[in-house]
Design a protein around this ligand. Sequence first.
Ligand code: SF4
Length: 213
Amino acid sequence: MNSLASVGKKAIAPQLITYPIVETFHSLQGEGTWTGMSAFFIRLAGCDVHCPWCDQKESWTSKIYPQQSVTMLAQTAKAANPAMVVITGGEPLLYDLFPLTQALRKLGLRVHLETSGAHPFTGQFDWVTFSPKPFKVPHHSIYSQVNELKVVVATSDDLPWAEEQANKVPSSVVKYLQPEWNHPESQSLIFDYILDHPQWRMSLQTHKFLGVR
Ligand code: SF4
């Protein structure tokens, strides 16, 4: 992305500010609190967290993806008429998200973020889903911004990590444990854990069960 929305005191026009984009698509939100609602996804390219079970490994390298302007992204999202726009990745906080979120909000769109929190927080959001990963420790700036904590669980080793992160977010935050898709045994692990730890809920990747994006 062109670094900031201004150089010195001079604003850069939104059509000149760009981000590397893997894809944009209109679907239903498959995970967490907003499951089942119409959502327009903007998937930014680039991630340096490198989770071994990542289902978006093709998004890790940003250089191979085309740049799209803030203006184009906002107009495309608006035309889809979704209940919300979800900025995801990759790891979106690699970039300054203020220009993109400002443009989306200017069009009256509700804006959500899905992030591992591995980089300093930027942007203005209506909802922040924080999905911390032990492979790159989150930046401290994320913790006061979180609406929803979603910890992916592959093995029982991930549960202490989930508790450690839950202790760092405000008590009002909704807390989810989500089975890692390629570790189906994690479903029963989470099921049993939540019976004993009622502060948690289970999040399922319903879009994968439906066979849609
Ligand atoms: S943070 Fe997300 S995009 Fe990055 S490696 Fe982990 S699961 Fe994949």
